[in-house]
Design a binder for this molecule. Structure first.
Ligand code: ZN
Length: 404
């Protein structure tokens, strides 16, 4: 018996035994040979954690979802950077529209929201590069001019900037976790500026009055506020990015940050807030309670399917309950190689679609050889079409004023 027919026979046996095609495919897909260099890392029976790449032996269904079932608005992307904790005078584009558009077409992504559009000259450049030539495909948000906080009259200046940004073409306001974790009274020195600092009140109000939704990223995974030690479930991620740890020093706790954001939500009921990364994706009961308390709050799922997908039953209930307030987003960064869970490309979208549309079990949440945010895999939540439509585009359309 030659190799080919033997494989075929084995696959046939597995198929007959279990009565479903997925098992047979799983059998064929199993690695048959040792990978080159596999033994090199084993020294006296010890294997370094970073070298450990276990392959799942589960025979489970693998559904390919090359296109979203409905046209998608990706509410959270970084096609360009404006400033990353320091002022820049030129927009830095991470890709060209010509590179991005064919991938969008293949993946059924109708529109991308580039949140980090910056302000002033950089905002104008970003609008001219992405939104103006392709108004049906790209939307750009503005960002606060935080460096001006030391100047007299900043509160009114910042509110006026929102109005000016909208006149230039910006469709919303993005606030990075800079607010709460990096911005200080003298910009980079002095005490941290609080999220609910009164100087921002006119800005939040201006956004509401001009129907600019506010995409706000507050805090980070709970493990980022704990020591990077053997008990930390994101040990590898924090080891790769030590600057993501907010443990110690004068950093507020995750809870303090969340509560300051909640006070802003309560104080500005006319302003629509899209709380990025689900707010606190490890604590869905808490987020659920907040959504009930604040009718002007919405959440976006970017870079958190690793969290949602490891609690699929709770997530499914969360989507059922808050289906009108959840937005699709990926936090995609073209060429964003240091964050594998966010690298813009076809594989990224396929994973999100698989999570939302199928009930597949135990698959990777990132297009990477090792799970980059923590050593686990995820489960699909198989949303019905009505909820998929809302999450993929209807909720975003409403917030962005795309429907008349
Ligand atoms: Zn982001």
């Amino acid at each position: 018996m030659d190799g080919w027919s033997r494989r075929k026979l084995l696959a046939g046996l597995a198929l007959a035994a279990a009565g479903q095609g997925a098992i047979a495919n799983g059998w064929q897909a199993r690695p048959k040979r040792k990978q080159p260099g596999r033994e090199k890392t084993l020294v006296k029976g010890k294997l370094a954690l970073e070298d450990y790449e276990p392959k799942s032996m589960l025979h489970v269904a693998e559904t390919q979802v090359p296109r979203a079932r409905f046209p998608v608005i990706d509410f959270h992307t970084h096609l360009s950077w404006s400033a990353r904790r320091r002022q820049v005078t030129e927009a830095h584009n991470n890709a060209t529209p010509e590179e991005v558009l064919p991938i969008m077409d293949r993946k059924n992504v109708r529109m991308m929201v580039n949140l980090t559009g910056g302000y002033d000259k950089v905002l104008e450049q970003t609008l001219n590069y992405w939104q103006k030539p392709h108004p049906d495909r790209f939307i750009v948000f503005t960002e606060p001019w935080f460096e001006k906080i030391t100047e007299l009259g900043y509160a009114q200046f910042q509110a006026d900037q929102i109005v000016r940004a909208q006149a230039l073409g910006a469709r919303g306001l993005k606030v990075l976790k800079t607010l709460g974790l990096y911005l200080r009274e003298q910009v980079t020195s002095g005490p941290l500026v609080k999220i609910d600092d009164r100087r921002f009140d006119p800005m939040w109000e201006a956004a509401g009055a001009h129907r600019m939704p506010v995409a706000i990223h507050i805090s980070d995974p709970e493990a980022f506020f704990l020591p990077t030690d053997r008990f930390n479930e994101r040990y590898e991620e924090l080891s790769a990015h030590p600057d993501w740890s907010f443990y110690g020093k004068d950093f507020p706790s995750n809870q303090e940050l969340q509560e300051a954001r909640n006070r802003v939500l309560a104080r500005h009921p006319r302003t629509q807030f899209v709380v990025l990364h689900v707010g606190d994706s490890e604590n869905l009961p808490y987020v659920s309670e907040l959504l009930e308390r604040h009718p002007n709050m919405h959440v976006e799922i970017g870079a958190r399917i690793g969290e949602l997908g490891r609690q699929p039953r709770a997530s499914r209930r969360f989507f059922d309950k808050h289906q009108d307030r959840i937005l699709f987003g990926t936090d995609a960064v073209p060429r964003g190689d240091d964050t594998p869970q966010q690298v813009f490309g076809e594989r990224l979208y396929e994973i999100y679609y698989r999570f939302l549309e199928t009930e597949d079990e135990y698959f990777d949440y990132a297009p990477a050889p090792k799970p980059p945010q923590g050593r686990w895999r995820i489960y699909g939540i198989g949303l019905p079409e009505k909820i998929l439509r809302k999450v993929y585009y209807e909720n975003a359309e409403r917030l962005l004023g795309l429907k008349s």
